[in-house]
Ligand binder design. Structure first.
Ligand SMILES: Cc1ncc(COP(=O)(O)O)c(C=O)c1O
Length: 345
């Protein structure tokens, strides 16, 4: 049977044997009582990596963002965020429905950043008629912008604009370590001027579950209450946190290999003709289909054991990760080459 090369997302990785052993051996407590030693250790390490004083382990990146929005705002406040951001596009409007905030969208540049002048212009002061804008949400790397790594300079000037108007800043750093690897800078430096930053363990780091939200101790104690309210308080969560610690120790350093594989994949797709891919900075390839229909290509890919997702009317996304080797990229490209002629263009 053809080996499936799964490029739908970096969330599809399976925990390695070593990670499973670390999970099985984890010392646990009850994290809602605050006495799970492995969760405490993961949160300590996450705080260190993000340069923040405290951290909170959560089940998912979506919950980390929602808890961040809830903890920085009051219902009725406005949050400013990019029109291509994950929070705006893919989190089911939780910021509105569950945090009670309204969203003010700013146009994302292709490099994943926003215009600080737009932040200044959009930030509203509360009065008898208007809600107050109290939070700016940023994203790095930027998923819909093809895994763009947003520079520290751009992040800092956006944070400065937001702070000058009294807004807090949350950074959705689901893939912040990919950004850090691509830019040759620490995640802590990238998040330095943001009030909170979340990152996912279940993407490039290869864990089955989990995200961490980092910020000041005061912010994290509010976030802990909000996590509990949302049903995200987990009991013997050390089993999951152990995977996170294992990943921080073993999988952080290898992200550049995923970036290299994404570049090879994009270069190969470009040469084949029907695709116009981005030049990936990190592990996300977005490719416009310029000959034939997206759905025909995706179906042909699937028949040949290559999984990718639709990312727009004529755009697909392919993501490299821990379970995709250099040889898989070569193999995927040769399978795609064999499809040319068979897919109607
Ligand atoms: C930028 C970004 N933020 C947040 C999330 C949400 O993470 P989760 O799937 O763990 O809820 C994702 C997931 O793809 C993402 O790409």
């Amino acid at each position: 049977m053809t080996r499936v090369i799964d490029l739908r997302s970096d969330t599809v990785t399976r925990p390695s044997e070593g990670m499973r052993q670390a999970m099985a051996a984890a010392e646990v407590g009850d994290d809602v009582f605050g006495d799970d030693p492995t969760v405490i250790e993961l949160e300590r390490r996450a705080a260190g990596l993000s340069g923040k004083a405290a951290a909170l382990f959560l089940p998912s990146g979506t919950m980390a963002n929602l808890v961040a929005v809830m903890s920085h705002t009051r219902p009725g406040d406005e949050i400013l965020l990019g029109d291509q951001s994950h929070i705006f596009q893919y989190e089911l409007g939780g910021a509105a429905r569950l945090a009670g905030t309204m969203t003010g969208t700013l146009t994302n540049f292709d490099d994943g950043s926003l215009d600080p002048d737009q932040v200044l212009a959009a930030a509203r002061t509360e009065n008898l008629h208007s809600p107050g804008s109290t939070l700016l949400c940023l994203e790095n790397t930027h998923n819909r912008c093809g895994g763009a790594a947003v520079s520290k300079k751009a992040t800092d000037s956006l944070a400065e604009a937001a702070h000058s108007r009294g807004l807090s800043v949350h950074l959705d750093g689901a893939r912040i370590f990919n950004a850090a690897a691509a830019l040759g800078i620490s995640a802590a430096a990238l998040a330095e001027n943001c009030d909170s930053v979340s990152f996912c363990l279940s993407k490039g780091l290869g864990c089955p579950v989990g995200s961490v939200l980092c910020g000041s101790p005061e912010f994290i104690s509010i976030a802990r209450r909000n996590r509990k309210m949302l049903g995200g308080g987990m009991r013997q969560a050390g089993i999951l946190a152990a995977a996170g610690i294992y990943a921080i120790d073993r999988n952080l350093q290898r992200l550049a290999a995923d970036h290299e594989n994404a570049r090879l994949l994009a270069d190969g797709l470009r040469e084949l003709g029907p695709f116009r891919p981005n030049t990936p900075q990190t592990n996300i390839v977005v490719a416009d289909v310029v000959a034939g229909r997206l759905n025909d290509w995706l179906a042909a890919f699937e028949r040949e054991g290559i999984l990718a997702v639709a990312f727009g009317p004529q755009r697909m996304r392919l993501v490299t990760h821990l379970d995709v080797a250099r040889a898989d990229i070569d193999e995927a490209l040769s399978r795609i080459q064999r499809m040319i002629g068979a897919v109607p263009v």
